[in-house]
Ligand binder design. Structure first.
Ligand code: BJW
Ligand code: ZN
Length: 242
């Protein structure tokens, strides 16, 4: 499976991971578009847009509360841990679309959360932001300014945090290896990151049991799950740094 990479291994110095819901699937967190994906039973337009939130803030809050409880019980899997382990050998940056914090929990120190975080909230009107320390008895919670608070995540039609996106593009632009794991690559602008890496002649590796729209652009596609593949891949890299 890894012949290609064994030939190509050249002490990669800057490795960027682009991750999505699939990397946390083996930690018990459902994906969005996979077999048991959230969007198979829920309408994204009723849960993940600002209009949906204003229409029914209670529903959206309850959905995020439920997901937060699931996420709090989840532990990083072998895939998250392998990525964290690689930091001992190379400069590693994780650009994740996930809001679950599992990369950080596994020990990765450079994680850019492109779509926000399930533990953060912000005001719909003023600049107030905070971390959720305990569950709210009543939803939606209200800000000191009198307006409602919302999860600090990026919904459809919303821009990614400018600083986070600028940094993500520059890491993608300057890496020599990009590993894309557990994302369908259907959501923009995150799905443009592999192209920035390609422009820099980086090697692209995709880890996904299913085909994606960009599989053809990859240098190597590994059709398996990330918790199986990443530990093997990382131990191969480790040998190249010895
Ligand atoms: C495994 C595995 C295992 C399984 N191991 N792999 C028309 C109208 C309005 C907007 C648009 C439009 N057309 C395009 C847009 C832009 C839009 C977009 O891309 N839409 C597409 C769906 C068409 N994007 C946006 O709106 C973004 N903002 C933006 O573009 O701003 C500019 C703009 C402004 C105004 C108007 C238009 C543009 C924002 C996107 C925000 C996405 N938000 C969500 C929810 C919030 C976070 C949350 O609650 O968690 O983010 S949606 C959801 O999708 C979530 C994810 O982060 C994101 C990506 O999904 P991901 O991670 O790829 O998961 P899946 O489920 O899709 O894939 C999992 C993969 O894993 C699968 O391939 C499996 O095979 C694999 N897998 N098990 C490895 N064990
Ligand atoms: Zn406020």
């Amino acid at each position: 499976m890894f012949e290609f990479i064994e030939e190509q291994i050249t002490n990669f110095k800057k490795i960027v991971f682009v991750t999505g819901a699939g990397i946390s699937q083996e930690s018990g967190i459902p994906t969005f578009r996979g077999k048991d994906g959230l969007w198979r039973n829920h309408d994204a337009m009723k849960l993940a847009t600002i209009d949906a939130f204003y229409d029914n803030p209670k529903l959206v809050w309850e959905w995020y509360n439920e997901r937060r409880m699931n996420i709090f019980q989840a532990q990083p899997n072998a895939g998250h841990k392998a990525i964290a382990e690689l930091e001992k050998y190379a400069e590693v940056v994780v650009l994740t679309q996930n809001i679950d914090g599992l990369h950080q929990k596994a020990g990765s120190s450079k994680v850019l959360e492109l779509h926000g975080s399930i533990v953060k909230i912000k005001c719909t009107v003023c600049n107030f932001k905070e971390e959720i320390l305990e569950e709210f008895s009543d939803v939606p919670p209200v800000c000191k300014c009198g307006n409602i608070l919302r999860p600090d995540v990026v919904w459809f039609g919303e821009s990614l945090p400018q600083d986070v996106w600028q940094n993500a593009m520059s890491f993608a632009n300057s890496c020599d290896l990009m590993i894309i794991a557990g994302t369908s690559l259907v959501v923009s602008p995150a799905n443009t990151l592999p192209m920035y890496a390609k422009q820099n002649n980086a090697i692209l590796i995709e880890i996904n049991p299913e085909n994606t729209e960009m599989s053809e652009d990859m240098g190597l596609v590994i059709r398996s799950t990330s918790a199986k593949v990443l530990p093997e891949l990382v131990s191969l890299f480790k040998k190249s740094y010895d």
